[in-house]
Design a binder for this molecule. Structure first.
Ligand SMILES: [Zn+2]
Length: 815
C-alpha cells in the first residue's frame, strides 16, 4: 500500500514537472538571486526537520543579543532559536535620526525584528521601561520591580520552553539593566520549573525545566566551569558567507546604535565562549569538546524515535536540494507515515516540541512545493468602522497541482471561512476577498510610540490559514501579518512640541507644522484648528485619499500667558466642517523660558541627527544659520560669533576631522566654538584612525556618566560669565532635568581650561570636567559633556538659559 502510494505520487508529480519544464523560461540575474534565496529557504526548512531543540538568548536591550551564536545555531544546525529582551531600548542614544524615548523604542523594536530575520530567530519582549543608563542592578530593580522582572521572565520561559538559555550578561558588569537581567535569569532557571513559583501562570503555561544555562565568558573562567566555544568564522555553504558575516549583517540592522564595524576583522571574529552556570539535575554533562550548548542532551527514547527526521536513502534531505521532486515525495510520504506525531501519552509529555516539529514539517512541504499564503490590501491601515478591504492570496510557485481544502481568516475579533477556488495550478495564484468591517471599538495602534507597553506595538494581528492538499496529503500554511489601526485622519507629526517661547520671541506669531495622513480611501475635507490660551483659529484643509500632507498653521493673535508655573498648552485638532468630536487631537505644551541672548549675535550650527539646535535657536530668537561640512570648508566663518558642533558631530560628519584646523582658526580669530558631547571612541586621539586631538588644548574623555537626573551640581566658578551673563544661573536651572546629567565626562584636560561645574552620582567622586572653557587666540573654546540637548528638547527653561549663556560667551574683538 505504502509503496503503491509512493509510486503514484512520484509518477503524477513527474508528469507535472515535465509539462512545467517544457515551457521556455529565461534565467535572468534576478532569477539567479531569487533561486539562491529560494534554495536557502528550502535548505533551512529541511534542516529544521533535523533539530527538535530550542535555545533562548536573554538580553537586556535590543543589540545585546548574541547574534553570532543565534545565527550559527539556526543556520548551521536548525535549532529553534528565540530571543528575549527586557526592554525596547528606548533610553539609548540615536546615531541616525531625531527619535528618542518611546519613538526610539518603536524603531529599536523594529530593528530587533529585522536583525532576528537575519539571525533566523524569533524575538520576544518583556516590555520594561528603559529609563536610561543605570549603574546598578538595585537601581534597575527599584524601577522595574525585582519580582516583576522574575515573573515576566519565568512566564516567557514556561511559554517558549527553551532547552538551553544563553546570555551575554553576567551579574556584576556594565549597565544596571544588564546586571539585573543577568541576575534574574539565574533565578528564573529554577523558578520556571518550580510549581510553587507564580502558580497563577500554570493554567496558561505549565512548569518548564530548562536543561542548561550558559553565561558568555569574556575573561578567564575558572577551570571547574565547563565551557563551550563556537567559531563564527566558518563559511555557511548555503549562503556563501561566514556566520560571523551574517551576524554582522544582523547587527547593522540596529542602525540607531551604530556605528558598527563595516566588516568582520581580517583575522576573523573572535571565538565565542560560554560557561555553564546552571544545569538541571537530570541533565547529562556537557561533553568536553562540545560544539554547541546543546551537545549531549537527549530526549526520552520513545519521544526521540517519533521525532526522527525523514531521509532519502538514509541521507539527510538537505543533500537533495536540487532534486525538488524527490524531496516533495519524501516529505509527503513522511507526512503519510505520521512522522512527528505520536500516541497521546507520548505527545502529552512534551506537546510543544511535537507541535513545533509538525509545523516545521508543514513548512517544509510548503517550501518545497512552492505553496504560500498572504494577505494583501490597498491601504496600510485599518480604520475603525470602515470596510477593511483585504484579500487572502494562495500562491503555487512549484510544479505540483495543489488543492485548497479550506481557507480561513482570523482577526478583528472574528474567524471566517473564505470562498476560494478548490485548486491552484503550478505557477498561478488565487485570491479570496475577506469581507469584514473593522469594528468601531477596535483600539488604535498609532502613534506607535503610545503603544510601546500595551501589547499593541506591532499593530493588529491578522491571520490567514490555508489547509492545502497534494496527492492526498494535507498540510497547513499560515501567514500572520500586522496592520496598524488608525483614525480616519492621523496627526503623524507636530512641530515644534513643546513650543518654547522666550522674551525675544513672545510677541511673534506661533507657527506649527502639522503632518497629517488620510487613512481613508476617499478625499478628506475639513478644518485644522488650534485652540487654548484664549487662542482660536483654524483653516480649511483638503487631503486626497490615502495621502500624507504637511500643513502650516500660523497663529497671529498674541499669546496670553497666565501666571508662571501654570500648565500652558494649546490643542491642535482636525475637525469636520460641522464638528461634534474632533477626529484627531494633540496637545502642545507651551513653555516660557526667561532666557536672553546677547544682542546681535550671529550663530552657525552643524546639526548631527536631529533638529534640537535649530528649534532651540529659533525659540531664543537668534540669528542662526545651519552649516554644512562644505560651508566649514569654504564659507567665510568670520561672519559668525559662535559656531556649535552638535552631539557626536565629529561622528555624524567625519569630514569635520579634516576641517578641524578651519574650526580652530575660527576660534583663534575671535570666535566661540561650542562642542557638545562625544563618545570616548569618537573623540580621543587615535593615530590608527587618523584622528588627532580635536580641541586646541588636550581633552581626554572617559566613559564616566552621571545618570541621576537630580545629581547635585556644584558651581566651581560661581562668578564666571558663563554662569552669570546674560542669565544668572542658579540651582533652579538644574531642577527637573530629564534622563541624566551627562556622559563620557573628560578625565584629563589641559590647564588652559577652566572647569565651571562639578557633578556626580551618589557615592561616586565628583566629575569636574563636564563644562570646560579656554581662551584660544582671540576667541574661546567650550567643550561640554552635559546632555543639554535632552533638556532643550524637553523644553526645560534652565536648559535654555544656560544654552543662551553658552552661545553668548566671548566677544569678537573689533577689527
Ligand atoms: Zn544593553
Amino acid at each position: 500500500m505504502k509503496l503503491r502510494n509512493h509510486l503514484r505520487t512520484y509518477l503524477s508529480l513527474l508528469l507535472t514537472l515535465v509539462l512545467f519544464y517544457q515551457q521556455p523560461h529565461a534565467q535572468t540575474d534576478t532569477q539567479a538571486a531569487s533561486d539562491r534565496l529560494d534554495k536557502a529557504t528550502i535548505h533551512q526548512a529541511l534542516l529544521d526537520l533535523t533539530n527538535p531543540w530550542t535555545v533562548m538568548c536573554v538580553a537586556a536591550h535590543p543589540d545585546d543579543e548574541d547574534g553570532s551564536t543565534l545565527t550559527i545555531l539556526r543556520r548551521k544546525y536548525g535549532v529553534h532559536t528565540v530571543s528575549l529582551f527586557s526592554t525596547f531600548g528606548e533610553g539609548g542614544q540615536n546615531a541616525v535620526g531625531p527619535e528618542l524615548y518611546e519613538q526610539l523604542g518603536v524603531i529599536r523594536a523594529r530593528e530587533t525584528m529585522a536583525a532576528a530575520e537575519v539571525q533566523g530567530s524569533e524575538p520576544h519582549f518583556l516590555g520594561f521601561r528603559d529609563f536610561g543608563f543605570s549603574k546598578s542592578a538595585e537601581e534597575t530593580f527599584r524601577a522595574w520591580g525585582e519580582k516583576e522582572l522574575l515573573r515576566r521572565m519565568v512566564l516567557q520561559i514556561r511559554l517558549l520552553r527553551p532547552d538551553v538559555i544563553i546570555t551575554n550578561h553576567d551579574t556584576t558588569s556594565g549597565h544596571g539593566h544588564h546586571q539585573a537581567t543577568g541576575r534574574t535569569v539565574l533565578q528564573a532557571f529554577d523558578a520556571a520549573a518550580d510549581p510553587k513559583q507564580f502558580p497563577e501562570q500554570l493554567s496558561q503555561a505549565g512548569v518548564w525545566q530548562v536543561q542548561r544555562l550558559f553565561v558568555r565568558s569574556r575573561g578567564q573562567t575558572d577551570a571547574s566551569t565547563p565551557t563551550v566555544t563556537l567559531d563564527p568564522n566558518e563559511t555557511d555553504p548555503v549562503r556563501g558567507i561566514t556566520y560571523a558575516q551574517q551576524a554582522l549583517e544582523g547587527l547593522h540592522k540596529h542602525a540607531t546604535q551604530g556605528p558598527w564595524p563595516k566588516t568582520v576583522p581580517a583575522g576573523g571574529a573572535r571565538p565565542i565562549r560560554y560557561g555553564l552556570v546552571r544545569q538541571a539535575t537530570s541533565a547529562p554533562p556537557l561533553p568536553a569538546n562540545a560544539k554547541t550548548p546543546l551537545d549531549g542532551l537527549s530526549l526520552p527514547a520513545a519521544e526521540a524515535e517519533k521525532l526522527t527526521p525523514p531521509t532519502i536513502e538514509n541521507k539527510p534531505l538537505t543533500e537533495f536540494l536540487d532534486r525538488r521532486l524527490e524531496l516533495l515525495v519524501s516529505l509527503l510520504n513522511a507526512h503519510r507515515r505520521g512522522v512527528f506525531t505520536a500516541a497521546k501519552e507520548i505527545v502529552d509529555t512534551d506537546p510543544q516540541r511535537f507541535k513545533l516539529m509538525s509545523s516545521r514539517l508543514d513548512k517544509a512541504i510548503a517550501a518545497v512545493s512552492g505553496a504560500s499564503v498572504g494577505l494583501v490590501s490597498d491601504s496600510d491601515a485599518l480604520v475603525p468602522g470602515e470596510d477593511s478591504r483585504l484579500n487572502a492570496v494562495v500562491a503555487n510557485a512549484g510544479v505540483a497541482e495543489i488543492q485548497i481544502k479550506q481557507l480561513n481568516f482570523r482577526g478583528l475579533g472574528t474567524e471566517m471561512k473564505l470562498n476560494a477556488a478548490d485548486k491552484i495550478l503550478p505557477g498561478t495564484e488565487t485570491s479570496a476577498e475577506v469581507k469584514v468591517v473593522t469594528p468601531k471599538t477596535l483600539a488604535l495602534t498609532v502613534p506607535a510610540a503610545e503603544h510601546l507597553y500595551d501589547g499593541r506595538l506591532f499593530g493588529e494581528p491578522l491571520t490567514v490559514e490555508a489547509e492545502l492538499m497534494i496527492e492526498g496529503v494535507s498540510f497547513v500554511v499560515t501567514n500572520e501579518t500586522n496592520r496598524e489601526v488608525a483614525p480616519e485622519i492621523e496627526i503623524v507629526d507636530l512641530d515644534p512640541s513643546p513650543y518654547v517661547i522666550t522674551p525675544a520671541t513672545s510677541q511673534k506669531p506661533l507657527e506649527f507644522k502639522v503632518k497629517l495622513k488620510n487613512h481613508l480611501a476617499s478625499d478628506f475635507h475639513g478644518l485644522l484648528r488650534v485652540s487654548g490660551q484664549s487662542l482660536e483659529t483654524g483653516r480649511e484643509i483638503n487631503i486626497p485619499a490615502t495621502a500624507s500632507e504637511t500643513e502650516n498653521l500660523v497663529v497671529r493673535s498674541p499669546l496670553v500667558l497666565g501666571a508662571p508655573n501654570q500648565d500652558l498648552h494649546v490643542d491642535i485638532t482636525v475637525d469636520l466642517p460641522n464638528p461634534k468630536e474632533p477626529i484627531a487631537k494633540r496637545s502642545v505644551p507651551l513653555v516660557y523660558a526667561e532666557a536672553l541672548v546677547v544682542g546681535g549675535r550671529k550663530v552657525g550650527y552643524i546639526p548631527s541627527t536631529d533638529q534640537t539646535l535649530e528649534r532651540s535657536l529659533a525659540a531664543l530668537g537668534v540669528d542662526a544659520t545651519k552649516l554644512t561640512v562644505d560651508d566649514i570648508a569654504k564659507a567665510n566663518l568670520s561672519t559668525y560669533n559662535t559656531i556649535i558642533i552638535d552631539n557626536r558631530g565629529y561622528q555624524a560628519h567625519p569630514e569635520l576631522i579634516e576641517l578641524n584646523s578651519r574650526l580652530l582658526k575660527f576660534v583663534e580669530d575671535g570666535g566661540t566654538l561650542l562642542v557638545f558631547y562625544h563618545r570616548t571612541g569618537e573623540w580621543n586621539p587615535d593615530e590608527k584612525n587618523g584622528r588627532p586631538q580635536l580641541a586646541p588644548y588636550p581633552i581626554i574623555l572617559d566613559d564616566e556618566r552621571v545618570t541621576q537626573e537630580d545629581a547635585p551640581v556644584l558651581f566651581l566658578q560661581p562668578k564666571h560669565p558663563l554662569l552669570n551673563f546674560p542669565n544668572r544661573i542658579t540651582q533652579k536651572d538644574f531642577a527637573n532635568w530629564v534622563q541624566e546629567r551627562g556622559l563620557y565626562f573628560p578625565k584629563e584636560w589641559d590647564s588652559h581650561y577652566t572647569a565651571i561645574l562639578s557633578t556626580h552620582d551618589a557615592g561616586e567622586p565628583p566629575l569636574r570636567g563636564g563644562l570646560l572653557v579656554a581662551p584660544y587666540g582671540r576667541g574661546n573654546y567650550i567643550y561640554t559633556s552635559y546632555v543639554w540637548y535632552r533638556q532643550l528638547r524637553a523644553g526645560l527653561p534652565g536648559g535654555y538659559r544656560m544654552f543662551a549663556n553658552l552661545i553668548s560667551y566671548g566677544r569678537r574683538k573689533e577689527k
